[in-house]
Design a protein around this ligand. Structure first.
Ligand SMILES: Nc1nc2c(ncn2[C@@H]2O[C@H](COP(=O)(O)OP(=O)(O)O)[C@@H](O)[C@H]2O)c(=O)[nH]1
Ligand SMILES: [Mg+2]
Ligand SMILES: [Zn+2]
Length: 303
């Protein structure tokens, strides 16, 4: 007899137990043994994975199948028998990078690095410039306008003044969004403004994940009332740009992507070569100097 399998999404993972949201219920599941066979190079199942579940007589479930991931936020964990890929979040629809316009003043080099990681994993990015009421519109533009110019959506928000909250809510609706950004930027405040209590829940779990490597790691998605999920994904700072070739970076800076074909040499490093289209664009003011500086630092392997 074949049992009907229920489709669902893993919304919580802890110590080999996975909570799956199906259309009608939350089901606590384990992984069918056969899914664990073979060489392990990374997490087999993770929060955000779409799965199929067999319901057991006792109400629990067994994950029988895992759909192929479209994308993932991956952390490489070096281990003696070969590097292991931890899946922080499977199938994010977007990354939401929250930075404050001031207090603390934004470290845009960090944002540039986050954007490169998102580009590499094929995750669309949304930039949220919070605490917008602390600076003039012009000052906010000086900081974040460069990202709009190259095509990233930027929302100017103030959790304190409830500005931009509706726009952010609309951007999150129906999607799985990974929140990241420096501590103090206002992530929890924005989440609470969108849905009361949301920021508190997210914080409770992210603290559990930061306790250290030998304590239990909990990862969890939080459901939005209007549909969709948010996840706190701390640790982008430590997401190494592993196996990124220097020339690969050209493709991860939208403002460079189109230009490099115009360089005289196909192996141009855009630093000193004659006939470099990128250098020409920098000199002409078409590329923001700080963005180019971020590019050069990342290209040199600087963390
Ligand atoms: N002035 C101002 N302060 C804010 C705003 N949003 C959050 N804060 C404050 O910034 C601090 C850090 O906020 P929090 O949400 O905990 O940041 P998180 O660490 O990113 O989750 C708190 O004291 C908040 O009250 C804002 O839009 N404007
Ligand atoms: Mg917080
Ligand atoms: Zn060049």
């Amino acid at each position: 007899m074949t049992q009907d399998l229920l489709p669902g999404i893993i919304i919580r993972a802890q110590s080999g137990f996975f909570t799956v949201q199906t259309a009608s219920a939350l089901v606590v599941c384990q992984l069918r043994g056969r899914l664990k066979q073979g060489r392990r190079v990374g997490d087999i199942a993770a929060v955000g994975d779409r799965v199929r579940v067999a319901r057991q007589a006792d109400g629990s479930g067994m994950i029988e199948a895992i759909e192929e991931r479209e994308r993932a936020i991956v952390r490489l964990d070096p281990r003696p028998l070969g590097d292991y890929q931890q899946i922080l979040l499977a199938n994010p629809d977007q990354a939401v990078f929250v930075f404050a316009c001031a207090s603390p003043s934004p470290r845009l080099r960090m944002l540039d690095r986050f954007l490169v990681i998102a580009e590499k994993q094929g995750i669309p990015a949304l930039i949220v410039a919070n605490k917008a009421e602390l600076v003039s519109e012009k000052e906010a533009q000086v900081l974040f306008g460069r990202y709009e110019t190259i095509g990233y959506p930027v929302l100017y928000t103030s959790a304190r003044q409830a500005r931009g909250i509706e726009a952010l809510r609309q951007r999150l609706a129906g999607k799985l969004s990974a929140f990241a950004g420096p501590s103090g930027a206002g992530k929890s405040s924005l989440l609470n403004a969108i849905q009361p209590g949301l920021g508190l829940e997210v914080r409770a779990v992210s603290q559990a994940t930061e306790k250290g490597r030998h304590t239990t790691v909990v990862r969890q998605l939080f459901a939005l009332e209007g549909g969709g999920y948010v996840a706190d994904t701390p640790g982008w700072k430590s997401l190494a740009l592993w196996d990124t070739e220097p020339e690969e970076l050209d493709g991860y800076f939208p403002e460079l992507r189109q230009l490099v074909a115009g360089c005289q040499f196909s192996d141009c490093t855009h630093t000193h070569e004659p006939g470099c289209a990128v250098q020409a664009a920098v000199k002409a003011g078409q590329i923001h100097p700080e963005r180019f500086d971020s590019y050069l630092r990342l290209r040199a392997g600087e963390e």
